[in-house]
Design a protein around this ligand. Sequence first.
Ligand code: PHE
Length: 460
Amino acid sequence: MDNRGKFTSNFGFIMAAVGSAVGLGNLWAFPYKLGANGGFAFLLIYIIMIFLVGFILIIAELAIGRKTKLNPVGAFRALNKKFAFAGWFGIVAAFLILSFYSVLGGWSIKYFFTYIMDIFGKGFGDLSGEAFFNNFISDPVQPLIFTAMFIGIIFFISIAGVEKGIEKSAKIMMPMLFFILVIVIIRSVTLPNAMEGIKFIFKPDFSFLSNGKFGEVIAAALSQMFFSLSLGMGAMITYGSYLKKDANIEKNAILIPLFDTLIAVMAAIAIMPAVFSFNLDPAAGPGLLFVVLREVFASIPFGDIFGAAFFLLVIFAAVTSGVSLLEVVSSYFIDEKKFSRKKSASIVCSTCFALGIPVSLGFGLLKDVKLPQLNGVFVNILDFYDYVGEYVLMTLGAFILCIVVAYVIKPKTIVMEVEANGNVFKSKKYWCFMMKFITPLLVLLTFLTATGILNFQLIL
Ligand code: PHE
């Protein structure tokens, strides 16, 4: 048990859990989806989905973790032997997501250093944002060195333990992330034409209510929410397993999505006005952060300093999420195989690095390799990992979690855990009703649409 550890304060837990939630998903997926799916209308639907699905699942995951004090595989097994496989989905998802996350985290580290060097005139040189980016990601070796650096950072945080590593680093990085974001927002909204960007993200477009796209907007909000809240793959079970008995799970289940959504909206306000101010393409994906923002930073005063600050923020967001992904698998080895923290983290980190090699090469040597999704579309290696981890395993894992909680162990098991230590579970009736009847259906809808089994015109 020595290797397990515990969060020392609820503030520390919140910072770590929000750290897991706030990641690349908030920074480049949310701003674009917000704009493309109806602006303020999408935000409203997103918030409603948090009440119908996110809040319900976070309570379930945290309570399962704290009750069993185990990793996802052990936790599901402790609830019901037949469902240990659901924990395995989480482990595989964590491996896949961490592998591509580390490659992207590595790119962010490279950009951070390049902006710093650019202050001294030695960074991007004469290359355009796009040429620099393409040269870098198609290189067979360089991105892998930065991937290794990213993995090294999360390795050292992890082996320092839950309290001294995960909790402490999140307590430093998350407030700093917030602070940098505020500064970038101030810069962004004071650029000429910034209002266009604000309009793009917030213009309330309710036309989907009448043009038959209602289901699509809901599905887009749901799939974004799953990834953003780190749900359905055991991250919240794992962090819940380090939570003290007197912590108020219900309150935490409100605070985590609140901060996650706040930061996602703030990221949108920080990025989109700048994109519009320079007449650039607001399209989603890595290009937005690495290529488009380069054009912005290249043309404003002190742009390199803002660029370096921005990529520091991206690194903080990616590291705190990466640490939680690593912890899902590490905790499995620690609990089940009785390995030391160091040995567990070493196994996971080296495997993720190995799995990250094809992802990285997928932008150079292996760029012609395309893998199939269930809807018949072929994608590159990174998108394939993302597809299997995020869209297939996380949503399926969440669906099985719903079934286990609602119909196998029954909601009262969770209710008792939330009420442990005399805590009052204010939304108990609402939570039980949703858990049994509404949430599982919405999660099933997410699984079917996100995987492409049910063919909506989704903007994923
Ligand atoms: N929530 C993270 C993001 O928004 C991703 C993540 C998924 C982290 C699953 C941990 C577990 O980028």
